[in-house]
Write a protein that binds this ligand. Structure first.
Ligand code: ATP
Length: 239
């Protein structure tokens, strides 16, 4: 039987003034599922993630999370309920230390012991972050900063993690590492909505995937189906 979705979008629309960036999309994500969203620059992927996280208002449609309507719920309350965004460009505090950045991720929580336990779990998942704990975050490499951004999001104990272009600008070794981390997170039961330019990896590991074009979802299927789709191969896999 189908589980109740953790996230459900119906006819979601998002605009910047007169510009309709997202023109009515439907999407459901189940608990513990990895769903990838691919598409060209300007297709509306980042706008979609930002609207789900509540950093952008929606222009229409419905948005439910864990069975409740959240269309007008402020971003910080979505985060408190376990809906976390790792934004494009990572949004880490470059002048703070790695440790201070991680603590910011737990600011909504009051269970000190739980936070400490999660911190240890995150160090196992992201040993590089632990090694750099007392370093100023701005001095980390791009890949290390991405790991830190993911670790910080995990400290909010998300049930749904929105990842915007985590592999952007990273060396191939780090890209692989990021995808390993994403898979471990999914294995622990966290649902992930992943926006990625690296369509090959994004489709390889996704249970389901969608292609966005011009503010609409124009193609959907399992990750494997899209990976072998001729249109996807020619448009997004450079073939
Ligand atoms: P990218 O990979 O470049 O981030 P994307 O698929 O995430 O692409 P969006 O960034 O969501 O696309 O952009 C969707 C559309 O909205 C584009 O036409 C873009 O020009 C427009 N847009 C995005 N941000 C703004 C903004 N702040 N003001 C006005 N228009 C915007």
């Amino acid at each position: 039987p189908m589980r109740a979705p953790i996230l459900q979008l119906s006819g979601l629309r998002v605009s910047y003034g007169q510009i309709n960036a997202v023109k009515g999309i439907d999407l459901a994500i189940e608990p513990g599922e990895l769903v990838s969203l691919i598409g060209a620059n300007g297709a509306g992927k980042t706008t979609t993630l930002n609207a789900i996280a509540g950093v952008l208002p929606i222009a229409g449609g419905e948005l439910s999370y864990a069975g409740e309507h959240i269309e007008t719920l402020p971003a910080h309350l979505r985060l408190r309920r376990g809906l976390a965004l790792v934004p494009e460009g990572r949004g880490i505090f470059t002048r703070l230390t790695v440790e201070e950045n991680l603590q910011m991720g737990a600011y909504t929580r009051h269970d000190k012991a739980g936070v400490e336990a999660d911190m240890q779990r995150i160090f196992e998942l992201l040993p590089r972050v632990k090694e750099r704990l007392f370093q100023v975050a701005g001095t980390l490499s791009g890949g290390e900063q991405q790991m830190l951004a993911i670790g910080r999001a995990l400290l909010s104990r998300p049930r749904l993690l929105l990842l915007d272009e985590p592999s952007m600008g990273l060396a191939p070794l780090f890209v692989e590492k990021i995808f390993e981390v994403v898979q471990s997170i999914v294995k622990e039961g966290v649902a992930v909505l992943l926006v990625e330019q690296n369509a090959n990896l994004a489709l390889q590991f996704a249970q389901r995937a969608c292609v966005m074009e011009g503010g609409l979802i124009t193609l959907r299927g399992t990750g494997q189906e899209l990976l072998h789709d001729p249109k996807v191969r020619s448009a997004y896999l450079g073939e």
